[in-house]
Design a protein around this ligand. Structure first.
Ligand code: ADP
Ligand code: MG
Length: 616
């Protein structure tokens, strides 16, 4: 047989290798920004068009490249950063593989202009799919500007695989944050489709975090500082009361490089134990400095996973350091010399006069009516209220009986008048219809036996179908607010709000404008009480961001899920008998009553036969 093995031509090899380095526009952003940092830039500009699909440009004022280096930089394994394998154990730079530019040039149209300090004239290089198209002299400022256009132009399958511009932009923003956060002394500008997203002046860590995540962060941060032989830990944790349901604001950096480490994440969470609820996550921005020889960043092509020599010790140090900071912050006010007085008063408050507090009286308030006790303090006010009047949640939903599966499940006492008489017998009757077990289940009798409904899951199912209907049919009922509510959001949160604005409007939200950090909410869905609007929107944004990579479900479905999860009654909520009956009826009016939107069983029937067996 003849020899059949061939060496792949360079441009094919590059294209294949590119798949490892460049998964999406955000990967290009990361590589170009890191190169700019390695080049010693003091100012970096990021320019994006159409989620990076049309253009990604990074302009820096770093050292630049000579004519020859400019060409060489696009060769595979061309790097100025290491020269021997030994150097890998002493990395001070972000790059070292010498693959990024070669990979990017293999799958895009690249345009580079660069000049070093001692050259008066710069060089302008054009490359398309690994081929140099032209190289000319050019007058250009010191530093480098690289434009990457039409990413994946020669790999249609990859291009089609890209998500919407907004989703890609969010990935880009994540990468931008990761680089910007760890280099606060470098100035950053970020433009998207011609408008400025971020303008980050050179500053210190704390203010950089505040500039990125919005001024509300200013009073949430608690400093963390510890220096041991193994590691130097610095940075900030967020006060426990600001723990969020999302995993968005957790950042580890090791030797100035963003890393992911579930193990160290666990150390932080362990330090917060007892201070935050189990389904929330503490925010943190932690910078670890270790001996470069004790860390291996070489194990993953995109370099976010690292290996520390002595992870167990790091874990212990991190946990106790954070505990210490938390303790300190509890007993003594934090002295912070980095404090920027400009951030003290949010701008919108400066011009405001005093406002007469609004007093509202609930005329229907009945002190003898039982309401669910509050379990937690943060953000539960809306739930308390929704427990009280939650039957309102169901208007618009048809009544039961049109469901086939339910035709065999007839509530025995459902035809009973729900009287308001107070004779002992009446109450007996009433209780027989439904009762609540351990504030978790609603129990009722049906022909075949005993019906046990999981109150939280059942309500999730009911709300899910209600919201899904409203989002798609656009029939949500809005409750107009007499006084528009002002809420502040950071840029990323605003972007998410814009993305889901239409669906939110469909279910009854109304916003005056989504252009500024301060958003005026003028209307909300009927079932969301005014006091809970901020919490609901925060959770909605957080959950949505967390779920955004899951492209398998539609936006409508995703939102309906998130809303149902956040607004459903929980285990522990007390339900009055009217609400219990509503729950039963509305559950069986659903299209799919058996499962919650999260595929959990909502109810079970224990047959009379099974009960009989117990008495044998
Ligand atoms: P690596 O960063 O791993 O060395 P890259 O492919 O990202 O590999 O870059 C190759 C080389 O090109 C770098 O080592 C550096 O010498 C040069 N280079 C890339 N970007 C810049 C820049 N913005 N300014 C100056 N030099 C750069
Ligand atoms: Mg690089």
């Amino acid at each position: 047989m003849a020899d059949i093995i061939k060496l792949l031509p360079d441009h094919v090899a590059n294209q294949i290798a590119a798949g490892e380095v460049v998964q999406r526009p955000a990967s290009v952003v990361k590589e170009l920004m890191e190169n700019a940092i390695d080049a010693g830039a003091t100012s970096i500009k990021l320019i994006i068009k159409d989620g990076g699909k049309t253009l990604i440009q990074v302009v820096d004022d770093g050292v630049g490249m000579s004519e020859t280096d400019a060409r060489l930089s696009f060769e595979r394994h061309a790097t100025s950063k290491i020269s021997s394998a030994q150097d890998l154990f002493n990395l001070e730079t972000k790059g070292f593989r010498g693959e990024a530019l070669a990979s990017i040039a293999a799958i895009a149209h690249v345009d580079m202009q660069t000049r070093t300090e001692d050259n008066e004239i710069g060089t302008h290089l054009k490359i398309e799919g690994s081929k140099i198209v032209s190289q000319e002299v050019v007058a250009t400022p010191k530093g480098t500007s690289i434009s990457v256009k039409n990413l994946f132009f020669n790999i249609p399958a990859r291009r089609n695989f890209l998500k919407s511009n907004q989703v890609e932009l969010r990935h880009i923003t994540d990468e931008f944050h990761r680089v910007a956060m760890v280099h606060p002394n470098v100035e950053f500008h970020f433009y998207n489709n011609g408008s400025e997203m971020f303008n980050l002046p050179s500053t210190k860590h704390r203010q950089r975090i505040v500039h990125i995540f919005g001024s509300k962060m200013e009073h949430r941060l608690v400093p963390v500082n510890e220096e041991t032989e193994v590691v130097k830990v610095s940075g900030f944790i967020c006060k426990p009361e600001f723990a969020k349901k999302s995993r968005g604001e957790q950042f580890f950096f090791a030797n100035n490089r963003y890393i992911k480490s579930p193990y160290l994440h666990h150390a932080v969470v362990a330090a917060f134990e007892g201070l935050i609820k189990s389904d929330t996550y503490p925010g943190y921005f932690l910078f670890l400095d270790v001996d470069p020889a004790s860390i291996d960043i070489n194990i993953h092509p995109t370099k976010t996973e690292v290996k520390f020599d002595d992870e167990n010790t790091l874990y212990a140090i991190l946990r106790s350091t954070i505990k210490h900071s938390l303790g300190q912050f509890n007993v003594a006010p934090v002295l912070d010399f980095d404090h920027d007085p400009n951030l003290d008063t949010p701008y919108s408050y400066k011009e405001k006069g005093a406002v007469i507090p609004k007093v509202t009286v609930d005329v229907t308030f009945n002190p003898f009516k039982e309401t669910a006790p509050k379990e937690n303090t943060s953000g539960s006010s809306f739930r308390k209220q929704s427990t009280k009047g939650w039957e309102d949640l169901y208007e618009g939903l048809g009544n039961q009986n049109d469901h086939q599966e339910f035709s065999s499940v007839v509530i025995e006492s459902e035809s009973e008048e729900q009287g308001t008489l107070y004779s002992g017998e009446e109450i007996e009757e009433h209780l027989a219809a439904t009762f609540q077990l351990r504030r978790k289940f609603v129990v009722s009798t049906v022909k075949s036996g005993m019906l046990v409904i999981h109150q939280n899951r059942a309500h999730e199912r009911i709300l899910f179908e209600k919201f899904l209907g409203e989002i798609t049919v656009k029939e949500g009922v809005s409750q107009q607010l007499l006084f528009p509510l002002e809420l502040t959001f950071n840029k990323q949160e605003l972007a998410v709000l814009k993305e889901i604005q239409e669906s939110l409007t469909n279910i009854g939200f109304a916003f005056q404008s989504l252009e500024e950090e301060t958003v005026k909410v003028t209307g909300v869905p009927m079932m969301v009480p005014e006091s809970g609007i901020g919490t609901v929107l925060d959770r909605l944004i957080a959950d949505y961001m967390e779920g955004y990579t899951d492209g398998s479900i539609s936006q409508a479905e995703m939102l309906a899920k998130v809303l149902s999860r956040n607004l459903a009654v929980r285990t522990g909520d007390m339900l009055d008998s009217e609400s219990q009956l509503m729950l039963v009826n509305n559950l069986f009016a659903c299209k799919e009553p058996t499962l919650s939107p999260f595929q959990k069983i909502t109810y079970t029937i224990i047959s009379e036969g099974d009960i009989d067996k117990k008495f044998n």
